[in-house]
Design a protein around this ligand. Structure first.
Ligand SMILES: C[S@@+](CC[C@H](N)C(=O)[O-])C[C@H]1O[C@@H](n2cnc3c(N)ncnc32)[C@H](O)[C@@H]1O
Length: 377
């Protein structure tokens, strides 16, 4: 997830990873099995953890196929297990990632056929036992095995939602980057499905985000150590804290709030996440100080003229009713962000899916601090 690499590196360090390097939209590291399990359980910002096991150069497809055939795939998985190939290509020689995936599949299947009298493992695109990842950069190939399976942004807490919500890894990253102290009130005034608040709850309680997820791809590996996995999970259960947390959300969409309320009550978070149907522009601040983290609409559904006015209204609400608060706003609409009319105290760039978004911090100083600022100017 672009923009969250440094956070991910910190998470990997705290799980025991070594030799950590920041890459583009990825972080590389070295670890033992225990750390691999911990990252899969604990990381709030990773989408998947892959383990490279084969690196080589191939000048053309024939060499590529032969190189893969030399590897003993029958040692990696069994005839009755399913698999899928993911591929990403940055190359002048190889231009079609799908074709490379097909060649990879052929090499694996042909080897099984030879070994097992024409029998072969099946492809499963939806829910395979093994996912192999082919990365091609020019003529350099790295073949990896995916240890996570279903993408790690799926915490297992969310069913289908009416609207496309924020990705959980991005919401968690926003909370982690904000510097929220986990004690002060945290408000998402346009909370939609409540992703920011739910992730903030998990962070504040030190709850590993995938404690309840039953399946990970590493469980299909020949070296899967069930006792070690149980130990990693037991340690995580022991680290949950019961510190009180103040989380507030509102949204004007009744139906969305009904769904969100159902979700947080099913997760037993409803005692500490207070959510209401409200128009933010009519809401009074719930406390003299606190933090706002939000992603307002970008303007895809609102007319261009209105979106500028909408962001101006947000800025006015901050200035009038949220003095003493700090606000972090994520938006893919840079021009509209300017209409907030507030001085930015920190500027970050994050990606919401493929949309480059700005994540800006605003400090609405109350009373004395405000006077001082004006005096100095
Ligand atoms: C981009 S979505 C937020 C998505 C949310 N972060 C999530 O993960 O589901 C923006 C939300 O702002 C809400 N909204 C728009 N105008 C509002 C207003 N005046 N007061 C409160 N909420 C508003 C919309 O109903 C929508 O749910």
């Amino acid at each position: 997830m672009s923009g969250l690499e440094a956070l991910l590196a910190e998470e990997i360090t705290s799980c025991g990873g070594e030799n950590i390097k920041l890459l583009h939209r990825a972080v590389s590291f070295e670890s033992d099995l225990e750390t691999l399990y911990k990252i899969n359980l604990w990381s709030r910002t990773a989408l998947r953890v892959i383990k490279p096991f084969l690196e080589f150069k191939a000048h053309n497809e024939t060499v590529y196929y032969k190189r893969l055939r030399r590897y003993d795939w029958t040692e990696v998985f069994d005839l009755d297990q399913t698999f899928r190939i993911n591929s990403s290509v940055h190359s002048d020689v190889y231009t079609h990632s799908q074709y490379l995936a097909l060649k990879t599949k052929d090499a694996i299947v042909d080897q099984f056929r030879l070994e097992y009298d024409e029998r072969r493992p099946s492809i499963d695109l939806e829910n395979p036992d093994f996912v192999f990842d082919v990365h091609c950069n020019g003529i350099d190939f790295t073949i990896s095995i995916d240890s996570s399976g279903t993408s790690l942004h799926r915490r297992g807490y969310r069913q289908s939602m009416r609207r496309a919500p924020l990705n959980e890894t991005l919401a968690a990253g926003m909370v982690m980057l904000s510097g929220w102290d986990k004690k002060s009130p945290l408000l998402d005034p346009m909370c939609g499905s409540g992703t920011i608040l739910t992730e903030a709850y998990l962070i504040a309680k030190n709850l590993a985000p995938r404690l309840e997820r039953p399946q990970f791809a590493f469980m299909n590996w020949a070296n899967y150590d069930g006792d070690l996995w149980q130990k990693v999970k037991d340690e995580a259960y022991n680290q949950i804290n019961d510190d009180p947390v103040q989380l507030y959300g509102c949204d004007i969409d009744h139906e969305q709030i009904d769904e969100t309320l159902d979700l947080i009550s099913s997760l037993k978070m409803d005692k500490e996440i207070k959510i209401e149907v409200k128009d933010f522009f009519e809401e009074e601040a719930i406390a003299p100080e606190g933090m706002i983290i939000m992603n307002p609409p970008y303007g895809l559904r609102i007319e261009e003229d209105d979106i500028m006015g909408f962001y101006k209204q947000i800025g006015d609400a901050f200035k009038k009713r949220y003095q003493g608060w700090t606000a972090w706003v994520l938006s893919g609409n840079k021009d509209a962000m300017k209409k907030l009319g507030l001085r930015t105290s920190k500027k970050l760039t994050l990606y919401n899916g493929s949309i480059e978004s700005k994540y800006h911090k605003y400090e609405m100083y109350g009373g004395t601090r405000k006077t001082k600022q004006i005096d100095q100017e």
